[in-house]
Design a protein around this ligand. Structure first.
Ligand SMILES: C[S@@+](CC[C@H](N)C(=O)[O-])C[C@H]1O[C@@H](n2cnc3c(N)ncnc32)[C@H](O)[C@@H]1O
Length: 435
């Protein structure tokens, strides 16, 4: 990383020991920086955001001086971060386990990224699950109860984040004086700002019925597949990208499940299904409308839930990572129970790939990573092993230089032209093809 890039992370350094810092790779720093920014942004607008673990004072040192996200050979690997990509540039077949791909196609041992069935890798388009724990909760969630009836309330944001919600009212009732929250306001002040002081009428001994109803909404902890990726910033975000705003989602045309030819009926306006431009590939999906902009999202991929064995037999399946023990398999073989995305063929090289498959909130989405002009065929990457299993001939070039050293790789990853996503099982043409 150049020294000017290193400067970008100056604010972050103080949260880490020297040893921890030198073991963080760029992608991790970028992630921590986003987490911190999100956290601060939420505080700035008065939302209750727990302090991210890594920012907490006195947190235990990360005991590991080796890379924080050291890859493991175990199938049980629960978490996946971009960092791991540095260690496994070699055979990334979906069937060979260590890492967890983004959405992956079924069919191998590796779980496919938004992956086609058949792998153990976490699918890119659906590679679920990483080590990321973006402290910052989604903007818009209420976070822990800022119970309006607790007029003498207010424990620190952090305490609130750790305590049982049930315990909060009692604990808070015992606190005679408001303590400042992480936003610098006491809870009372915060509530006053929100014009809710009229609700502060609850005192001990008063009829509980007089209390304002409070709904305790658990803060949603972002999961690995809650993130979207901004193709311009080359960074992950939740909700909307700070610079480029809300992502574009193109919904399917509604069609009843079980309808004959349902998959075709779901085609969004502007797309067309016709014979693929790839010889022998059958049908494909083409753009017949305006150019599809980078960052446009389609999906989720629809099909029937199935077992791994069946999924591996199908040319229309993806793996959806659920947790360390469980994957779901979705098969769009039957047109009556699937959507148009089943017709999207596999790119044969980086040049023609214009969609990236990844897992988002338990489904597989395709994100446009290259403008799709009128007449162009939509092409996604299925994942190497799955593509192989299907007999797809592709330009297998990335492995030739897969032994590129880590620094080299990191340099390359930092180039904006090379995508670096959690879902990169599917996207590896983007950044692996160059090695
Ligand atoms: C998800 S389906 C795509 C839609 C399929 N073309 C159809 O007509 O239903 C996957 C199947 O399409 C074909 N296919 C997809 N990409 C291909 C490619 N690059 N080259 C050859 N065949 C391909 C293979 O037969 C594969 O099993």
């Amino acid at each position: 990383m150049s020294s000017s890039e290193e400067d970008d992370f100056d604010d972050l350094k103080r949260y880490f020991s020297k040893t921890e810092w030198i073991h963080l790779v760029k992608a991790e720093k970028v992630r921590y920086r986003s987490v911190r920014r999100n956290h601060l942004a939420m505080l700035a607008i008065g939302l209750n955001s727990p302090v991210p673990a890594f920012m907490r004072k006195g947190r235990p040192q990360m005991d590991n001086t080796a890379p924080l996200f050291e890859p493991s050979d175990s199938e049980e690997e629960d978490e996946w971060t971009p960092h791991l990509e540095r260690y496994t540039p070699a055979p990334r077949s979906l069937r060979s386990p260590t890492r967890r791909p983004a959405a992956s196609r079924v069919g191998t041992t590796r779980r496919p990224a938004a992956s086609r069935v058949g792998t153990t890798r976490r699918p890119a388009a659906s590679r679920v699950g990483t080590t990321r724990r973006p402290a910052a909760s989604r903007v818009g969630t209420t976070g822990r109860p800022t119970a309006p009836h607790l007029d003498n309330a207010a424990t620190s944001t952090e305490q609130e984040g750790e305590a049982d919600t049930q315990a909060v009212p009692q604990r808070e009732a015992q606190q005679p004086h408001p303590k400042p929250t992480a936003s610098g306001l006491s809870k009372r002040q915060w509530l006053e700002r929100r014009g809710q002081t009229q609700d502060l009428n609850y005192q001990r001994g008063k009829n509980l019925r007089d209390r304002t109803r409070v709904s305790y909404i658990e803060e949603e902890e972002p999961k690995d597949d809650h993130f979207l990726f901004c193709e311009d910033c080359c960074d992950f975000f939740i909700g909307k990208c700070e610079l480029h705003g809300a992502p574009v989602f193109i919904p399917d045309t509604p069609a009843p499940q079980g309808a004959p030819d349902r998959a075709r009926l779901t085609l969004p306006p502007g797309l067309e299904i016709k014979t693929s431009g790839i010889p022998g590939a059958g049908l494909g999906v083409f753009n017949q409308g305006d150019t599809v902009a980078v960052g446009t999202h389609y999906g989720p991929y629809e099909g029937e839930n199935t077992e791994k064995d069946q999924a591996m037999e199908s040319g229309y399946s993806w793996v959806i990572y659920k947790n360390r023990l469980l994957d779901d398999y979705i098969d769009a073989k039957r047109e009556t129970y699937s959507n148009w995305m089943r017709y999207v063929n596999c790119a044969r090289n980086e040049e023609e790939q214009n969609l990236v498959a990844f897992q988002y909130r338990g489904g597989i989405l395709y994100r446009c990573c290259k403008p799709i002009a009128v007449g162009d065929e939509l092409l996604v990457w299925y994942g190497e092993e799955y593509a192989r299993d299907l007999g797809i001939v592709f330009d297998y070039i990335w492995d030739k230089k897969s032994s590129a050293n880590v620094m080299d790789q990191e340099e390359r990853i930092s180039k904006p032209s090379e995508r670096f996503t959690f879902n990169d099982e599917i996207t590896h043409f983007h950044h692996w093809s160059l090695y």
